[in-house]
Design a protein around this ligand. Structure first.
Ligand SMILES: Cc1ncc(COP(=O)(O)O)c(C=O)c1O
Length: 406
């Protein structure tokens, strides 16, 4: 697919206040006006380039938003204080009492909990469907459906959504398609494939240093302005505003996103192939055995690969815990939730990031308790990492021990 997001990011340039190579950080929550009339106009949303109050917008947040709009190829983007801040704002902007959402059933546990438990208070109903079954998606749509929601590559099962197909359905029924692209920045560009709104948890790959929590909504200029409306904008009124200092640090980290995503993918691809060959149950969209492999190939930017996340099923939660503890002891990564860090992170989603999903439903969607989710790091020598991970698996009898060389 011909998408030049990395070039668009490279070409963005801003000077700091004193000619600095990074834009100056806007260190103010409020802004002065020389005339009261301009303040009034700014409140009404009529003055471009004027700032009023940083919950509404700030120069640092606008710079980061511009870079994220360039990444996703959308007209505009609003940054938020977390991925959940972006997700909840989009949902509450689009849906009210009596409305309905069709959502993939395999999504991040926090999003699932928000939809399943929290939205009940607002009489917003959600139908959770198998997003890979377009017929099922079609059947679930009702006259009051206001959104189709999915993750391009799902957390934690790595199901790949057919964004072109879903967009065909959503456009035919005049319902926005909202895609969380947290797992596949640069690799997949959902807006180019027909999504109307693209969300990220910036906390993950886009920031890449696990030192900040942030999110973004990439969409049309009108939708982004609506989110910031002082009278009824969900971003403005629910208040999940990103701090300017964090916006500035995330923008700097974005400059290396293309290098990091390619390396995360290269390392994950190598480990997935090796572990599959060893006979382990590996799920990774870059493996031909993955049911979404061909689909992802048809949507992705090849250079950036299939992403940095893979899962291994080691049979039971006890083995999963032993393996994660041993790998951490051997300095192969951290037993920690989240993803996109430069070191490898691993966790068992059934008892952590997806624990909001009831056990019965975990079973139906294929989330077993021996499943470990790996966010593969930027290790320079991945062969060395593989050998050391394999030794951990052998010592726990997850893999048979190799005969000693004579
Ligand atoms: C796919 C996905 N979307 C959204 C979120 C929520 O993001 P945040 O933790 O930044 O609120 C997460 C967090 O793990 C996630 O994995």
């Amino acid at each position: 697919m011909d998408h030049k997001a990395s070039e668009a990011l490279q070409d963005l340039h801003y000077f700091g206040e004193f000619g600095g190579v990074n834009p100056s950080i806007s260190d103010s929550s409020t802004y002065t006006f020389l005339s009261a009339k301009t303040m009034f106009d700014t409140f009404e949303g009529n003055t471009e380039g004027c700032y009023l109050y940083s919950r509404h917008s700030s120069p640092s947040n606008l710079y980061l938003g511009e870079a994220l709009a360039a990444l996703e190829g959308t007209e505009a983007a609003n940054v938020t204080a977390s991925g959940m801040g972006a997700i909840s704002a989009v949902i509450l902007q689009l849906c009210g009492a009596g409305d309905h959402i069709v959502s993939s059933r395999t999504i991040y546990g926090g999003t699932y909990a928000f939809m399943k438990n929290f939205l009940k208070r607002f009489q917003i109903e959600v139908s959770f469907v198998d997003i890979t079954d377009l017929e099922e998606v079609n059947r679930a749509i009702r006259p009051e459906t206001r959104m189709i929601y999915c993750e391009s590559v799902s957390n934690p099962l790595l199901e790949v959504a057919d964004i072109r197909g879903l967009s065909g359905i959503s456009k035919g029924r005049n319902i926005p398609l909202v895609v969380d692209n947290t797992f596949s920045p640069l690799s997949i560009a959902p807006a180019r494939l027909g999504a109307d709104i693209v969300i990220h948890s910036l906390t993950k790959f886009i920031n890449g240093t696990s030192d900040a929590v942030a999110g973004v909504v990439c969409a049309s200029r009108d939708f982004c302005l609506a989110l910031k409306d002082v009278n009824d904008g969900a971003c403005m009124l629910l208040g999940s505003t990103l701090d300017s200092i964090r916006a500035a640090s995330i923008l700097k980290n974005m400059r290396t996103l293309h290098l990091r995503v390619a390396k995360h993918s290269e390392n994950a691809q190598c480990l997935a192939q090796r572990f599959e060959k060893d006979g382990l149950r590996v799920v990774y969209p870059g493996l031909p055995s993955h049911t979404g492999h061909e689909l992802m190939k048809s949507m992705m930017v090849e250079q950036f690969g299939f992403g940095g996340i893979l899962t291994l099923d080691v049979g039971c939660v006890e083995k999963a815990n032993q393996l994660m503890e041993l790998m951490q002891k051997e300095n192969l990564g951290y037993l920690a939730v989240s993803l996109g860090f430069y070191k490898t992170l691993f966790s068992a989603p059934g008892t952590s990031t997806s624990s909001e999903i009831p056990e019965e439903e975990q079973k139906t969607m294929g989330l077993s308790d021996g499943l470990i989710r790996f966010s593969i790091g930027l290790d320079n020598d991945i062969e060395r990492t593989y050998e050391r991970m394999k030794a951990c698996m052998e010592s726990l009898e997850i893999l048979p021990t190799r005969p000693l060389a004579v």
